[in-house]
Design a protein around this ligand. Sequence first.
Ligand SMILES: NC(=O)c1ccc[n+]([C@@H]2O[C@H](COP(=O)([O-])OP(=O)(O)OC[C@H]3O[C@@H](n4cnc5c(N)ncnc54)[C@H](OP(=O)(O)O)[C@@H]3O)[C@@H](O)[C@H]2O)c1
Length: 283
Amino acid sequence: MPDRQPVKLPAIAFLGAGSMARAVLTGLLQPGIEVEGGIRATNRSAANAASLSELDGVTAYATETDAAANRTAVAGAKLVVVAVKPAMVPDLLREIADALEPDAVVVSVAAGVTVATFESLLPSSIAVIRSMPNTPALVGRAVTGVAPGTRSSDDDLALAVTLFETVGDVIVVPEEQIDALSTISGSGPAYVFYLIEQLTAAAVAKGFTPEQAALMVQGTFRGASELLAASDVDPTELRRRVTSPKGTTERAVAVLEAAGLQGVFDEATDAALARARELAAGA
Ligand SMILES: NC(=O)c1ccc[n+]([C@@H]2O[C@H](COP(=O)([O-])OP(=O)(O)OC[C@H]3O[C@@H](n4cnc5c(N)ncnc54)[C@H](OP(=O)(O)O)[C@@H]3O)[C@@H](O)[C@H]2O)c1
């Protein structure tokens, strides 16, 4: 994980502490991060709440055993992260609306649910921030898009940025760009895993064992990413340095270029964007 300065955050409630919320929550448990007032987390099942309770500094509640779990968790919380499935968001907001602190900042990670939906279901004093993290949050390497709402201040936005910086990089964009960002960094880990799968299959087809293929391909993706991160030149230059004129890599890259990968990525991300619009329209 990257080195970071000591960070202080106010009391935080994670409502719907499933995969994504747990990833962000785990970022807060690192040394140098102090959550004054503590971390609260809610689930439906008591078993999930019990496993969260084992984490130092986390108070967990389950709706299965306490119908008021979400309302209890938000009392005294300055930051409230809404991380239930998108379809469950409106009911959850109705449930907590009058239990929120008047100066609370509600941060949504729910894909496709607009700031307007949040703001319409919450009291007017409550600031809303929309975000789109990605799964490398689990290893402190997320890229999270964050968009301010119409009622959020610069300080509210800064709090959300600080929260997500505990698990990686943050990019602030207007809400209109969140769906487009999601087609790149939100879905992006799936594209990378898919490329890894395909290159691994090519290695196996050349006679390597699956273990050897995995080592070669995963080591190469990791090594190339780290080389890029550590160097002061762009990917095109780094690629040029591997590609001797008239050499073997040049032949391979020519095949990739002929396959029109850029166009394929345009089409793939356009398809994701079209699906985000369908989902927003309730399809
Ligand atoms: N996974 C991703 O890559 C990703 C990326 C960006 C954004 N997101 C967003 O993150 C959100 C959660 O996704 P996820 O993948 O983390 O899903 P998940 O693992 O299913 O987590 C959802 C959690 O919500 C809990 N829950 C459901 N209803 C609840 C209620 N009424 N009160 C309190 N807790 C409740 C569930 O508890 P039980 O398990 O006990 O039922 C579960 O822990 C979604 O809105 C999604 O759009 C996910």
